[in-house]
Design a protein around this ligand. Structure first.
Ligand SMILES: [Ca+2]
Ligand SMILES: [Ca+2]
Length: 269
């Protein structure tokens, strides 16, 4: 065996031993690991009836918990997004989903170069429109560039395709859209929030993820296996956590459980 290979192996062995020790030391202060078990300040209060459950029982408990909420009108969404999605480095701007662009709050509207209200769970998938309900639920509404929003349209989510102009690395093909890496987990957690929040018991369709694309007007969005992968690859960021908190504190008074507990995605699906 060449000397270089032996040296590499020895280095790896030392590095592994060191990282194992560091990981063991770090565990007591860790608050979040990608899709690993997490604890939050809400476990003994907001989530107390859900903690410890899995599968359908967990989904049902979370549905009950998050269905207690205040609802806002579609016109009120404009100003809410200026707060929930404010650029942490520029209070005059919002950060746009899919592109990651920071753009002036004042450029809200429908013209090229403006930002508008993107429904991550596309309105046509269940045809819930813009009436107060799923169509105005801030947990899946994000500011997006008008042109990029139009390109995403009502496509299901999947990997692959060609680059979207101005899309920050997002891809699309004929039947699906892939957000840029930094937004993949956000999209997954928003879709799965909608699936738990809307179960068909309040005059709105039962929204559910599935393994398909081309879902069209059915109340489904795919692909679940890809969304689960994205949840793992892109864990909740400080921006996403703050957004969840602002929606809870100021607007809807309900939370996205998958931002607080990304491991609950695997526990349910
Ligand atoms: Ca992210
Ligand atoms: Ca559902």
């Amino acid at each position: 065996m060449p000397a270089t290979q032996i040296r590499t192996r020895r280095w790896k062995a030392v590095a592994l031993a060191t990282s194992t020790v560091l990981a063991a030391l770090a565990i007591p202060t860790m608050t979040a690991t990608p899709a690993g078990a997490t604890t939050t300040a809400y476990d003994s209060t907001y989530y107390k009836n859900a903690v410890g459950k899995t599968g359908a029982g967990l989904k049902s408990s979370l549905h009950t918990i998050i269905s207690s909420q205040t609802k806002i009108s579609y016109s009120a969404v404009w100003n809410a997004l200026k707060v929930t999605d404010q650029d942490p480095n520029n209070s005059g701007n919002v950060i746009l989903l899919y592109s990651g662009v920071s753009r002036s709050k004042s450029l809200s509207g429908g013209d090229v170069g403006d930002w508008n209200r993107e429904h991550v769970w596309a309105k046509s998938h269940g045809d819930f429109g813009e009436a107060t309900g799923p169509g105005t639920d801030l947990h899946h509404l994000r500011p997006a560039d008008v042109t990029v929003n139009s390109i995403r349209g009502n496509l299901d989510f999947d990997n692959g395709g060609s680059a979207v102009a101005g899309g920050g690395g997002s891809l699309k093909d004929s039947d699906s859209f892939e957000p840029r890496d930094a937004d993949k987990g956000d999209v997954a957690r928003m879709i799965l929030y909608m699936a738990v929040r809307y179960e068909g018991d309040d005059n709105w369709p039962d929204l559910e993820p599935n393994e398909k694309v081309n879902n069209g007007s059915k109340p489904n969005i795919g692909k679940l296996s890809v969304l689960k992968q994205w949840n793992d690859e892109d864990p909740p960021s400080a921006f996403e956590e703050k957004r969840n908190q602002v929606i809870y504190d100021t607007y809807q008074h309900n939370r996205n459980p998958f931002i607080d507990h990304p491991e609950w995605v695997e526990a349910i699906w």
